[in-house]
Design a binder for this molecule. Structure first.
Ligand code: CP
Length: 301
């Protein structure tokens, strides 16, 4: 059966454990397995971390990698996503890594492809899901000695427009987190009840009290109408993670950020480079998590 990574919800618990365990082994220096096949990266939104780490991971397991610039693809001439994907599959592409601005684009494509043998990886769709980011966040914490079970997390900032927030909350709830808090300006909070499993807080200082991990999220300006969001300095004063705020947290507590970071907005510049922030470790582990993902996708019999 063709395997996909569409969202956290459609992964079985043993598959999550397999991916996290394998990423941990690879991050510790284990050699990666070799697979045969071709991967196409089709990104309809900008990306540095996700695009490059999927390319690197595919090469590590011996896959051919094709990078498609969407402006230069026939999608710009009106071809549907399903027709583009079927065309790539007909050429022998066996996996498609897709970033798309529409919520549910990856699962819609999986449904539209029917019996076409093409593994799909959702590399971020609208504000819906970014499952490989959530998995690499958990893998990063595991490498830092923080297992998901019993973990207390706070996600701060623009929750409403964040696919990372939705996937992190879905994953850490599955892993047995003790508490997941969310806090941000009212206009950046999800509708009440929209994200079950997360406790809503109305200020950052209460939200970060006693947690093991704080996940800082940037304002997703690309998903917001041009007006009506706070300026960076005002946001930082009220909702930014600062050295003063970090001092109120337990000594072992760490900071995650999926990137890209806007320094001195969601996170003080001095903290970005501090050992308490695991941001570059997330990037490093992300290559290993995506390598584990390709091993798993291409293992399907
Ligand atoms: N975290 C993340 O998705 O970063 P990019 O947009 O650079 O891929």
């Amino acid at each position: 059966m063709t395997r996909h990574l569409l969202d956290i919800e459609s992964l079985a618990s043993d598959q999550i454990e397999t991916l996290l365990g394998r990423a941990h082994e690879l991050a510790g220096g284990a050699p990666c397995g070799k697979r045969a096949g071709s991967v196409a990266n089709l990104f309809f939104e900008p990306s540095t971390r996700t695009r490059v780490s999927f390319q690197m991971a595919a090469r590590r397991v011996g896959l051919d990698v094709i990078n498609i610039e969407h402006q230069a693809s026939s999608a710009s001439k009106g071809e549907s996503l399903t027709d583009t994907a079927s065309t790539l599959a007909a050429m022998g592409i066996t996996a498609l890594v897709l970033r798309h601005p529409d919520d549910g684009a990856a699962s819609g494509l999986a449904a539209g492809l029917g019996a076409v043998d093409l593994s799909l990886v959702n590399a971020g769709d609208g504000q819906h899901a970014h499952p490989s980011q959530a998995l690499l966040d958990a893998a990063t914490l595991k490498s830092a000695g923080l297992e998901g079970r019993g973990l207390r997390l706070a996600l701060i900032g623009d929750i409403r427009h964040s696919r990372v927030a939705r996937s992190d909350i879905a994953l850490f709830a599955r892993l047995g987190a003790a508490e997941i808090r969310i806090a941000g300006p009212p206009e950046f909070m999800p509708e009440a009840g929209e994200i079950p499993g997360a406790t809503r807080m109305d200020n950052i200082d209460a939200a970060i009290e006693g947690v093991d991990v704080v996940v800082c999220l940037r304002i997703q300006r690309e998903r917001i109408a041009a007006t009506g969001y706070p300026d960076g300095a005002a946001f930082h004063r009220r909702w930014g993670m600062t050295a003063r705020r970090l001092k109120t947290m337990p000594e072992h507590a760490c900071i995650l950020h999926p990137g890209p970071v806007n320094r001195d907005v969601e996170l003080a510049a001095e903290l970005v480079d501090s050992p308490r922030a695991l941001i570059l470790e997330q990037v490093r582990v992300g290559v290993h998590l995506r390598t584990a993902l390709f091993e798993w996708l291409f293992d399907a019999g």
